[in-house]
Design a protein around this ligand. Structure first.
Ligand SMILES: [Fe+2]
Ligand SMILES: [Fe+2]
Length: 292
């Protein structure tokens, strides 16, 4: 449905994440994604696919349908799987994906932040790539080494440990620190008159991870350094995924939207069909559907 806010501005700022098109069932979900109006923008908050070919397939399809597509990488995009003919690692792999996005007209965290001028705007829309730094550790585990050892002991270890290389950084934490510092600089340079919509694959605050089935997994989910970014950078809304727990929560009055599709075994258990695009702007009326 085309929306107008009474000033002639039309369209919706929509969001989704964790398309995981490695799964055929999820490919079918992506094939059904359509804008609600010709002016809609789509935020894609990472974990599109596991190989460059899968990522390109999905982003090309979406870029052809939506007025603008913005992408932030998830951990799956950054995996270097032995089966992927593109063998790049770490920063080089990310740079390759940025080049691919630019070639098909998709906005990346490396591009100027576009301004949404539609209903609910004007708002600066910032796709971010921040990674994680093992600062969200379980209580009683004071160092990253201790938390990681406990994860190995309990068998809850993120596959990133084996497939997400930080090259040329010495660690994923070091890459995260560089991303956080560079991104904070860029956000500080934005037009201060406009609020923002911040999109990052990993949540900016730790609270959403408290309902993970295995809370020890939180060490792969974000960084404490961004806990005040929703206020510091005047966010009208924050979009994220990664947890595969779609829902809406508020922190300091700011709306946080977890917009993941997740794996077939996850969405097949839910009471609503997969692939519903979450409306970020204009702000939804009233409370979100109880489904999340
Ligand atoms: Fe995911
Ligand atoms: Fe993820």
């Amino acid at each position: 449905m085309a929306r107008s806010d009474g000033t002639g501005r039309r369209g919706n700022l929509l969001a989704i994440s964790d398309l995981h098109v490695r799964h055929a069932e999820n490919q079918a979900v992506v094939e059904q994604l359509r804008p609600q109006s010709p002016d809609d923008w789509l935020l894609v908050a990472g974990d599109v696919g596991d190989t460059v070919a899968q990522i390109e397939w999905a982003l090309r399809l979406l870029a052809a349908r939506f007025a603008k597509v913005l992408w932030s990488p998830g951990n799956h995009e950054l995996w270097s799987l032995p089966a992927d003919p593109v063998t790049l690692r770490g920063v080089a792999r990310y740079a390759h994906l940025v080049d691919l996005c630019r070639a098909i007209g998709v906005v990346t965290p490396e591009d100027p932040y576009p301004v949404w001028e539609g209903p609910g705007g004007p708002v600066t829309v910032a796709p971010l790539f921040l990674l994680y730094d093992y600062s969200w550790r379980p209580e009683g585990f004071d160092t990253p080494q201790a938390a990681l050892a406990e994860a190995h002991r309990t068998g809850i270890v993120c596959t990133d440990e084996y497939l997400l290389y930080p090259d040329p950084y010495e660690s994923r934490s070091a890459w995260c620190a560089a991303r956080v510092a560079g991104t904070a600089r860029r956000l500080a340079e934005r037009d201060p008159a406009l609020p923002t919509v911040l999109m990052n694959h990993w949540p900016l605050r730790r609270e959403p991870t408290s309902i993970l089935r295995y809370p020890i997994f939180a060490q792969w989910c974000g960084t404490e350094t961004t806990s005040d970014w929703h206020r510091r950078f005047d966010a009208a809304a924050v979009v994220y995924g990664h947890l595969h727990i779609p829902r809406t929560t508020w922190y300091d009055g700011v709306r946080f939207e977890e917009v993941s599709v997740g794996y077939p075994r996850e969405w097949q258990r839910r009471s609503w069909p997969p692939g519903q695009l979450r409306r970020i702007l204009p702000e939804p009326d009233g409370l979100p559907p109880t489904a999340w």
